[in-house]
Design a protein around this ligand. Structure first.
Ligand code: GRF
Length: 203
């Protein structure tokens, strides 16, 4: 059977991309990263893709006439690579409702908080500031809102007295690196069913 093709969008260091690549390398899932797309020319995620022999494309917002043009270029690159699932792994831009509609239930995102708490930027800092006792990460489908789509899975970590931002972020990141490949694996095995806001994992 052919591998399922995914496309990863990343703006930064790409540690989540790496966790997906490592899981594929270890043959844990019938998935192939067909393309890595970044909106930053210097994203380390591109280096990781290069090292793994994966096609990389840089699409700079400032070189596009508007957001629609930017997203059309992303869309074209994904389709050219025959991508079936778009994985946002530290992609620091909000996708328009038009783009999301074109890829309905075919875009997933990893967010470093237990949604619906602490959406948006610096979720780990927000959690620390708020004083919650548990934090974690969420893999969810992307809808037109910010970090609001149906939740596929979540992983929980404790928030400990004396935690710094980095300590908490690192503890969450360990779980992100488990959660994202796990969600992609479930998708590849056709075990994910979306009913409105709810996601059921088939046994
Ligand atoms: C992760 O914390 C992810 O949850 C968030 O952005 C960060 C990306 O990290 N969306 P990396 O680039 O995968 O290392």
């Amino acid at each position: 059977m052919n591998n399922h093709k995914i496309g990863v969008l990343a703006s930064g260091r790409g540690s989540n991309l790496q966790s997906v690549l490592d899981n594929i390398e270890n043959k844990k899932m019938p998935v192939e990263v067909a393309i890595v797309i970044s909106d930053k020319a210097d994203a380390f995620a591109l280096e990781r893709a290069k090292k793994a022999g994966i096609a990389q494309v840089v699409i700079l917002r400032k070189e596009c006439s508007d957001k629609t043009d930017f997203e059309n270029k992303i869309d074209a690159a994904l389709r050219e690579a025959s991508v079936e699932l778009v994985v946002l792994a530290g992609f620091m831009r909000i996708l328009s409702s038009d783009f999301v509609a074109k890829w309905k239930h075919k875009i997933i995102n990893i967010h470093p908080a237990l949604l619906p708490s602490f959406t948006g930027l610096d979720a780990q800092g927000q959690a620390l500031e708020y004083g919650v006792k548990v934090a974690g990460c969420t893999v969810h489908f992307v809808d037109e809102g910010m970090d609001t789509g149906p939740i596929i899975l979540q992983k929980v970590v404790p928030v400990l007295d004396g935690d710094t931002h980095d300590m908490l972020a690192d503890r969450i990141l360990v779980q992100e690196h488990i959660a994202l490949p796990e969600a992609i694996g479930l998708w590849a095995e056709d075990k994910i069913e979306v009913c409105g806001r709810k996601v059921y994992i088939k046994k």
